[in-house]
Design a protein around this ligand. Structure first.
Ligand code: INI
Length: 157
């Protein structure tokens, strides 16, 4: 049988940057709360979670890269909400944000997690920020925990 590796979700002793967009803060605040709840429930100390607020989703990659390069964090969790109904340049903001966050991981080796909602309406965003469809902030934090653990395992082997 093939060997199989997957990260665990032990957050004790891990450090995380949350890069959070202030645009649509009524949504991103909920994503932030979900992410912190997940990290704390998995053992991460409150003082090991650092919040970095940026103006909008477009600015997330820049600060995420700076956080990754600082050497202070095991992973960077990016949280935002781009809502199509409210912007004609939805595709540019959402596209650049996704591409930029992906680049952070590949350029720095520090996992940068995409916890940015891209929805047609504010209602859909709220459903994914602690509403009927769960909390994407929680999911992003769990992905970060798993990535940190998996990369650590790979470096050891
Ligand atoms: N930023 C978001 O995070 N979500 C949006 O829905 C949004 N809209 O609607 O335009 C948005 N725009 C701001 C953008 O991210 C930048 O902050 C701004 O263009 C300055 O660079």
């Amino acid at each position: 049988m093939a060997n199989r590796s997957g990260g665990t979700a032990d957050g004790a002793g891990r450090t995380f940057a949350l890069v959070i967009s202030r645009f649509n803060e009524f949504v991103t605040r909920e994503l932030r709360d979900g992410a912190i709840d997940c990290l704390e429930k998995h053992g991460t100390a409150a003082e090991d979670v650092h919040e970095l607020w940026v103006p909008g989703a477009f600015e997330i990659p820049h600060v995420a890269k700076a956080a990754a390069e600082s050497g202070r964090f095991d992973a960077v969790i990016c949280l935002g909400a781009v809502i199509r109904g409210e912007t004609p340049h939805f595709d540019f903001v959402a596209g650049e944000c996704a591409r930029g966050i992906s680049n952070v991981s590949t350029l720095t080796g520090v996992p940068a997690i995409f916890g940015v909602l891209t929805t047609d309406t504010a209602e859909q965003a709220m459903e994914r920020a602690g509403g009927a469809v769960g909390n994407k902030g929680w999911d992003a934090a769990l992905a970060a925990l798993e990535m940190v653990s998996l990369l650590e395992e790979l470096r050891k082997s």
